[in-house]
Structures are given as C-alpha cells and as structure tokens.
Design a protein around this ligand. Structure first.
Ligand SMILES: CC(=O)[C@@H](O)[C@H](O)COP(=O)(O)O
Ligand SMILES: NCC(=O)COP(=O)(O)O
Length: 238
C-alpha cells in the first residue's frame, strides 16, 4: 500500500501572504487527516517563507497519522526535529535561496555527513529518508548512509509525463528495483499530481509513500471553486 502524506507548505504560503492566521495550518492538518490523509508533511526553510518553525511545534500534537518533516539538516533544523520527534525526517539538500527543492543528495560525496546526521535521528527513534535523484548509483550509495528510506525526486518524471513521454518512468523503475534489492524503503515526491500519480504508482514496485503539496492544493482550489462561488451567490441573492 502507498500512503498519501499531504504537504501543507502551500497553506502556510497563502496565510503568510496576508498576515494573520487564515487559512489556519493546524486546522488544515486536522481536516486533511479527517478526510483520509495518512500523513502530514512540512518543509520548513531557513527563511520561514511558508511553514514556520513555530508551526511545526504547533502541528505536533494534532498530527496523529505520520508526521514527516523535510529539510536541509542545518543545526537549527536538526534541533527542531529532535525536539518535535516526528515519525519521519526527510533530508533534502536545498540551497537557502532555492524556490523549491531542485536536486537530490550526492550520496557518495556526502556519505560521512549523512551517516552522522542519520545516526543521530535514528538514536532518537525517528525514521529517516533521503531525497535522491533517479540515479541508481545514488540509490546504491544511499545504503551506506544508514538511511531507512529514499525519497525519489519526481520532478523530471512529472515533466516528461506532462509532455506525453511515459518512458520518463524508466530511471525511477530502475532505482526502485535497486532500492528493493538493497532493502531500502521507497518514498517519492515533487510535482506529483492527479494527472501523473496513477501511472507512477502502477509502475514503481514497493512504493511506500508519496508526499504531495503543490498540485494537491491547486487541485483542491480548482475543484472547490464552483461550490464556494455558488455559496456566495446564494448569500447575495435578494
Ligand atoms: C522535497 C520536495 O520535493 C519538495 O517538493 C518540497 O517539500 C516542497 O517544498 P516547497 O513547498 O517549498 O516547494
Ligand atoms: N516531498 C515532496 C513534497 O512534500 C511535496 O512536493 P510538491 O507536491 O509540493 O511538489
């Protein structure tokens, strides 16, 4: 079974654009779980432009499914994760000024660093996952870091799928086969959507979890628009 973890960064982005507390990220996390989400993902960035460190603390008591905190393991992030003790931490090598995540780990080059950080999280009983490009060499080397899982970076798959190129799945299938052989759990995320998720799920053996935010929130807006406009109209009619 593949779990759906809903990334609520975009809810915080919308809130922050106006100040105040609407929409409320804690309420959205509660509702997402009520509607069936099997996990909540957040990705606090150093500039706190969407999810803030404070939000992560506030979310802990209401996330009763699986809390997944993603981010670059700088000192402040590590301290937050050790304090919150989520069910899973996903390490992502983001640059400070990146608009969104744009690369996976070089698991050969950063092996020692990853080993050290992962060991600390595992001592605290936090499951670890590391974000990797769909490159079998990087997946293979991920085993030497001690991580429990990898998260396959799916932006390229999504780009190819949207152009009608279904062969874009091939490197992901190859990586999944390597991971399965080595006993690494497989998560995936980035730009997954209602359009491309079914084909991905069908072709990736042993896909344990996907985290989806950007498209899911956009789709929820589109699909809710007619309903909400009609509610306004009915309140405005004489
Ligand atoms: C790790 C990853 O794939 C990202 O998609 C990320 O968690 C989303 O972050 P933003 O919401 O900042 O784009
Ligand atoms: N780990 C990926 C994630 O949480 C969501 O990515 P996106 O759907 O916002 O691209």
């Amino acid at each position: 079974m593949t779990k759906l973890s809903v990334n609520i960064n975009k809810i915080a982005t919308l809130r922050n654009s106006r100040g105040g507390d609407v929409p409320n990220v804690v309420q959205v996390a509660k509702d997402a779980q009520k509607f069936g989400a099997e996990g909540i993902t957040v990705h606090p960035r150093p500039d706190e432009r969407h999810i803030r460190y404070r939000d992560v603390l506030d979310l802990r008591p209401v996330v009763k499914t699986e809390f997944n905190i993603e981010g670059n393991p700088v000192e402040k992030f590590i301290d937050l994760v050790l304090k919150v003790k989520p069910e899973q931490v996903t390490l992502v090598p983001d640059a400070e000024d990146a608009i969104t995540s744009n690369a996976g780990w070089d698991t050969l080059k950063h092996r020692d660093f990853l080993q050290e950080v992962i060991a600390e999280f595992k001592r605290n009983n936090i499951r670890t996952s590391i974000f990797v490009d769909p490159d079998p060499k990087m997946v293979e080397a991920a085993t030497n870091t001690g991580t429990d899982r990898i998260e396959l970076y799916t932006e390229e798959y999504a780009r190819q799928y949207s152009k009608g190129n279904k062969a874009g799945i091939r490197p992901y299938v190859e990586c999944a086969e390597v991971a399965n052989k080595l006993g690494l759990g497989i998560n995936a995320g980035h730009d997954l959507s209602l359009e491309n998720i079914e084909y991905f799920k069908k072709n990736i053996p042993g896909l344990l979890e996907v985290s989806i935010g950007h498209a899911l929130i956009a789709e929820a807006l589109y699909q809710g628009l007619e309903y909400v406009i009609n509610q306004y109209l009915s309140l405005l009619r004489d």
